[in-house]
Design a protein around this ligand. Structure first.
Ligand SMILES: Cc1ncc(COP(=O)(O)O)c(C=O)c1O
Length: 371
């Protein structure tokens, strides 16, 4: 006899994470130090020194539970985004914020709207609570906001928007998002997921937190996992007016963000020098990857984030060939993109190692006779 579990849970396909370096080393007998991982959109600079120091100091207190309210980190976020502390929810990564929204707002018989080729957790969070997914076909691999607004059904309670989007790297400018927000019914919550916001070029940046004032149904989610370099600590946050924040708080685990993560994040948030360096390393790396793809005649989606989606033909075969060469990227067949691979921007030498391995995988290395 099998365990009783809801059908909607049995139907969930587990999240496919980027392959860890240690796993590839074990499976292929490779030296860990020689492996290049460009699979999870992490910051290739690692964590900032300022955050490391703050974390080490916080470790003296690890015998105690964390501050369940995250006072210091919330105070730093409140200053940075000019919002009241009552508008902030801390999350175990921004993944937690996305799930809190689903748990607080969705139930069986209701629906969530999101775009085709958008972040996998939108579908997971929707399925976890037994709600119906309305996946709206993408336009040129980006969100089709007219179609998304039209897809909102009477039972829709939640809309997920990723800007920039993962895995496509597409971006919608402020006026497009604002127009979309104006079209969403006031009782339907929009989660505006800005995990890659810090990688936007200065001329495209806008302060979405200013939109919260007139919009009780907007939830902005941000993360410390990408430009802030703290992916392993698991910390992110949501910004929303007090009523929505209160709802999220009701379904939040009391100690969802550990003390080391809270301390590191508060330090990273104000480390402008690290943030600028991260932006610059990414800008140069992205330009290098995209110009190499141009030179190789490979189609790619011009990216606004810290990764790029490139069309390689047989995505699974090229992924395998890269693995054998010690390079981990992300296959995206699960996103309905079997001909593409997503590669995160690395340090210059990592980008070069990837490009050399890719040329080999495609039979395009210098001196190769084929194709
Ligand atoms: C669009 C998007 N949102 C949210 C996340 C979640 O990241 P984290 O939970 O590390 O904040 C990711 C991670 O890849 C992402 O790509």
């Amino acid at each position: 006899m099998s365990i009783h579990a809801p059908e909607y849970v049995r139907r969930i396909a587990p999240y496919q994470a980027g392959k860890p370096i240690s796993e590839l080393a074990r499976e292929y007998g490779l030296d860990e130090a020689s492996i290049v991982k460009l699979a999870s959109n992490e910051n290739p600079l690692g964590m900032p020194e300022s955050a490391r120091a703050a974390m080490l100091a916080a470790m003296r207190e690890l015998g105690r539970y964390p501050d369940a309210n995250g006072f210091e980190l919330k105070a730093a976020i409140a200053r940075r985004y000019r919002v009241p502390q009552e508008w902030i929810t801390l999350g175990n990564g921004s993944n937690d914020i996305l799930e809190l929204a689903a748990h607080a707002l969705l139930q069986p018989g209701q629906s969530a709207v999101y775009s085709e080729h958008s972040f996998a957790v939108y579908s997971l969070a929707t399925q976890e609570v037994g709600a119906r997914a309305i996946e709206v076909p993408a336009r040129e691999l980006g969100h089709d906001f007219d179609a998304m607004a039209a897809a909102i059904a009477p039972d829709t309670r939640l809309v997920f928007v990723a800007n920039p989007n993962n895995p496509t790297g597409t971006f919608a400018p402020a006026p497009t998002i604002e127009r979309f927000l104006d079209r969403v019914p006031a009782d339907v919550v929009v989660v505006l997921d800005e995990a890659y916001n810090e990688y936007l070029p200065p001329e495209l940046r806008f302060d979405s937190s200013q939109w919260l004032r007139g919009r009780p149904n907007l939830l902005i989610s941000r993360t410390f996992s990408k430009a802030y370099g703290l992916a392993g600590l698991r910390v992110g946050f949501g910004l929303a007016q007090a009523e929505l924040t209160d709802l999220l708080n009701r379904v939040r685990q009391p100690f969802n963000v550990n003390s080391a993560a809270q301390a590191a994040a508060a330090a990273a948030l104000v480390d402008q020098e690290f943030l600028e360096r991260s932006y610059e390393v990414n800008r140069q790396g992205l330009a290098r990857l995209q110009s190499a793809f141009d030179a190789m005649g490979l189609q790619y989606v011009p990216s606004f984030a810290n990764f790029v989606l490139v069309r390689v033909g047989d995505g699974a075969a090229v992924y395998e060939s890269l693995l054998r060469q010690g390079v981990i990227v992300r296959p995206v067949a699960g996103y309905g993109l079997p001909q593409w691979l997503r590669v995160s921007v690395g340090l210059p030498e990592e980008n070069e190692a990837f490009l050399a391995a890719l040329a080999k995988a495609l039979g395009r290395e210098r001196g190769a006779s084929g194709r």
